[in-house]
Design a protein around this ligand. Structure first.
Ligand code: HPA
Ligand code: ZN
Length: 347
């Protein structure tokens, strides 16, 4: 990174954070379902949801840990039945992303949540993929799909999901691992990740959100992932911090998610600044924005306000997001040139 960042007055920093082009690398598309859309889809599909109205649903979003969120998140996804539902969900996200100057997004999706309810892999992948194609055409946002295995289910189940996805191989850029972390270490999925590697998928995994640093080590050394999703618990292990810095392993950090799921007691205590200052390739992401109270720019502006990070940190985070993405070297260079121009022209 050769670009020199000019100092920016604290009162101008939020504008710079909003304006700068950025990539989002950690968004569960089912976590972008706003309560209004949940109710609209429930009505369209004749699905009953156990909340009286939008306000009652939203007021249930008071979480104490990851599992308390996942229970509501999987219930919300039950309104998704047809290809158009998946399209509408992703399209709504892309509109918000474009407003936040997200120019590239890599979307996680959880097919097992849907196939277990009798919705086919084809319905899920085709709806999401069509929304990705239209996002580029209509909004200028490039996008790709990362299929996640649910780690609370068996490895056999993950293999079955991979098999179902093979006809749509060209529509999926990578494989991830999500859901309840503690008690479901990465190594539980060693064989299926080895197969995904042979198939040429990019590999990522959630690790060190609530789980211990040991899970980050095995995500790297057993699964062979290229990025760690969350990874904030790495701070407890100095040798791991050195490894992540030396190998420039990207961490897709999600500050408002960590706040809502009580990983940190408040945003002031969030360790994003420490991770960056230790030389780790951290990025900022929204995780499940409909549930955690904010999309990309909310994550940036609130975290910067709470931690006193600077324009230099902002540049580093945006640059890291492009460097860590699964796009071509040429596309990365193009985005970073526009990022430089944004910082150059900002006053
Ligand atoms: N962690 C694990 N699984 C998830 C998450 C998360 O933050 N969001 C959706 N599935
Ligand atoms: Zn996540």
């Amino acid at each position: 990174m050769t670009f020199t960042v000019k100092p920016v007055a604290p009162d101008r920093l939020p504008d710079l954070l909003r304006q700068m082009p950025k990539a989002e690398l950690h968004i569960h598309i089912e976590g972008s379902l706003e309560p209004e859309l949940i109710f609209a889809l429930a009505e369209r599909n004749g699905v009953r949801i156990p909340y009286a109205n939008v306000e009652a649903l939203r007021s249930a979003y008071a979480f104490t840990n990851l599992q308390s969120f996942l229970d509501i998140y999987y219930a919300g996804a039950s309104v998704l039945l047809r290809e158009q539902d998946f399209y509408d969900m992703a399209h709504a996200y892309f509109v918000k992303a474009a407003q936040d100057n997200v120019v590239h997004a890599e979307l996680f999706f959880d097919p097992q949540t849907h196939t277990a309810r009798g919705v086919s892999m084809e319905t899920v992948v085709n709806g999401l993929h069509r929304a990705c194609v239209d996002a580029q055409k209509e909004l200028g946002v490039s996008a790709s799909l990362i299929m996640c295995f649910l780690r609370h289910l068996s490895e056999e189940d993950a293999f079955a999901s991979l098999e179902q996805a093979m006809p749509f191989r060209e529509k999926i850029v990578g494989i991830g691992l999500d859901s309840g972390e503690v008690g479901n270490p990465p190594e539980k999925f060693a064989s299926v990740f080895a197969r995904c590697r042979e198939l040429g998928f990019h590999l990522v995994a959630h690790a060190g959100e609530e789980g211990p640093p040991a899970y980050i080590w095995t995500a790297l050394d057993v699964l062979g992932v290229e990025r760690i999703d969350h990874g904030v618990q790495a701070i407890k292990d100095p040798a791991l911090m050195q490894r992540l810095a030396k190998d420039r392993v990207a961490l897709t950090v999600c500050p408002l998610s960590n706040l809502k799921l009580c990983v940190f007691p408040d945003l002031t205590s969030h360790n994003l600044r420490k991770l960056l200052d230790a030389g780790l390739a951290a990025t900022v992401n929204s995780d499940d924005p409909a549930y955690f109270g904010g999309y990309m720019n909310d994550n940036f502006t609130r975290t910067f306000a709470a931690t006193g990070m600077t324009a230099q940190h902002a540049y580093t985070l945006a640059c890291n997001s492009f460097e860590a993405s699964f796009i071509s070297a040429q596309a990365k260079a193009g985005h970073i040139a526009l990022l430089d121009a944004c910082f150059e022209g900002f006053n």
